[in-house]
Design a protein around this ligand. Structure first.
Ligand code: G6P
Length: 483
């Protein structure tokens, strides 16, 4: 058993994720403020940074560039422990097994997952590297929280090295039903990897149920209520792992505050003005990913222009598609398709003054995103499958005036919480069209009633609520008998 190395083992609370929660500053920015790193946007780091500062915490992860070894450093009061990935690791572990095997497999096989033994070998090696980094720097009895599908083997690897640790895992994406998970040649190893945890968290109760069914089916594990009895090769119970849903959320206050800032309200006005003040602005905001249903959304919008339900003078769709995983083949194909479709729609319906689709293949800072949310009358979230979808929650958080309409796919985790959204099945193009029209024409009082209820839900359940619920449940998990 690896003992923590005395000079490095200084942390009581460690978060582990594929990416560190910082981005490298561009050369220009670094020259202005002297900073080499900037905190990444997103709720997870907003929620966890204060907890780490309070409890001798550190974050372990990759800093985003291949073939570069960095020493541990601090940023923004957070200790960061970089894990190196070679160019080959990026290709096999990250682009390959994580994003061309697991990602499509866990999202209803919308794209065909590829199974390659070399990718799997790399996934194992890299997971071991993350586990080693934690094992060396965690204090006796520390709490470790592993994040997401790229690191599913880390809990078991950690438990082997450091049985003293409290280990939690949270899966940010869906967990597939056993009928689909069955395809994975390494299904048993993945389940065993996750079962190294004391607590395995999922977005929805159905994800937790899928996981427990797989543990029963592929490992013969005994599952009672939410508890899975984990046995060693001799058949003795080594510990009990708990599986449970903890729907993630966003930093609601941060978004609401930005939504009330005069310069951001002014920016929203400017965006509307620049588009020629159409009566209705529709908005889609997604990573450019085949799970997001961008094609279905464009199809429905195009048909509404075609049959005259919408006119280009009255309605514009802003589609922000942030660049993602650009070296993975399915993402390249998708980009070609989306950009072809947008060109086709705009070629047919644009006039000199008006555009049908304003397509932006960029990512933007949170201030600009909030301005877009404020400018948008109708938000379109049409994912074919999504663990949660935080864009839907951000839109609701930004609508402090209780106006606007959210069209939300029932295949998102967010649909469980945002019940007053206009829910759709994005595969049903006629249904999607009529729901978009309902959103465009939604009476003000109905919009207010729905938005108020949704805002109440997320105000009561922000990302701090999520992390404290998870960590409290982790602290309460049964202490194992170390047999
Ligand atoms: C999803 C995953 C995250 C991932 C993010 C961005 O939200 O759940 O784990 O970090 O996408 O993808 P990327 O591959 O760029 O990290």
């Amino acid at each position: 058993k690896t003992r923590p190395s005395p000079e490095r083992a200084k942390y009581d609370f460690m978060v582990v994720s594929n990416r560190l929660p910082v981005d490298r500053c561009s050369a220009d920015d670094a020259e202005i403020d002297g900073e080499r790193w900037r905190r990444s946007p997103g709720g997870l780091v907003t929620a966890l940074a204060p907890l780490m500062a309070k409890s001798d915490g550190a974050w372990v992860g990759w800093h985003g560039a291949p073939d570069e070894q960095l020493e541990p450093f601090s940023h923004d009061d957070m200790d960061l422990v970089p894990v190196e990935l070679s160019a080959e690791d990026v290709e096999l572990y990250y682009e390959g097994f994580s994003n061309a095997t697991l990602w499509p497999l866990y999202h209803d096989v919308i794209a065909r997952p590829e199974f390659h033994r070399t990718w799997w070998d790399s996934y194992r090696r890299v997971n071991q590297r993350f586990a080693d980094a934690v094992a060396q720097s965690a204090r006796e009895n520390a709490t470790v929280w592993v994040q997401d599908y790229q690191l599913q083997l880390v809990p078991q690897m950690l438990r082997r090295a450091r049985p003293d640790l409290k280990i939690g895992f949270f899966n940010h994406i869906p967990f597939p039903p056993p009928e689909i998970f069955a395809q994975l040649p390494w299904r048993q190893a993945i389940i065993e990897g996750l079962l190294g945890s004391d607590l395995v968290g999922f977005q929805r109760p159905s994800d937790a149920a899928n996981f427990m069914r797989s543990a029963r089916r592929f490992l013969g594990a005994s599952v009672k209520q939410q508890q899975i009895h984990v046995r060693n090769s001799a058949g003795n119970i080594t510990h009990i792992a708990r599986a449970q849903a903890f729907p993630i959320s966003i930093a609601v206050d941060q978004i609401s505050e930005l939504a009330e800032r005069p310069d951001i309200i002014e920016r929203a006005r400017q965006i509307r003005h620049d588009l020629g003040n159409p009566r209705t602005i529709l908005l889609g905001v997604d990573r450019l990913d085949y799970t997001k249903g961008i094609r279905h959304r464009l199809k429905a919008f195009e048909e509404l222009l075609q049959d005259g339900s919408l006119k280009v003078q009255d309605a514009t769709l802003i589609q922000v598609a942030s660049p993602s995983r650009e070296r993975v083949e399915q993402y390249r194909i998708l980009r070609e398709e989306i950009e072809g479709t947008v060109g086709h729609i705009n070629g047919s319906y644009d006039t000199m003054q008006n555009t049908a689709v304003r397509y932006l293949h960029h990512s933007y800072p949170v201030e600009e995103m909030v301005a877009l949310y404020l400018a948008a009358d109708v938000m379109l979230v049409t994912a074919l499958r999504d663990g949660m979808n935080l864009v839907a929650k951000e839109y609701v958080a930004a609508r402090t005036s209780h106006t606007g309409a959210l069209v939300l796919s029932e295949f998102t985790g967010a649909a469980d919480q945002l019940k007053q959204a206009l829910l759709v099945n994005p595969h049903d193009i006629d249904g999607l069209k009529s729901t978009i029209m309902r959103a465009v024409e939604l009476p003000a009082n109905e919009s207010r009633r729905r938005m108020r209820a949704m805002r109440k839900q997320i105000l009561d359940h922000d990302v701090d609520h999520w992390s404290s619920e998870f960590l409290a449940a982790l602290a309460e998990t049964v202490v194992r008998d170390d047999s």
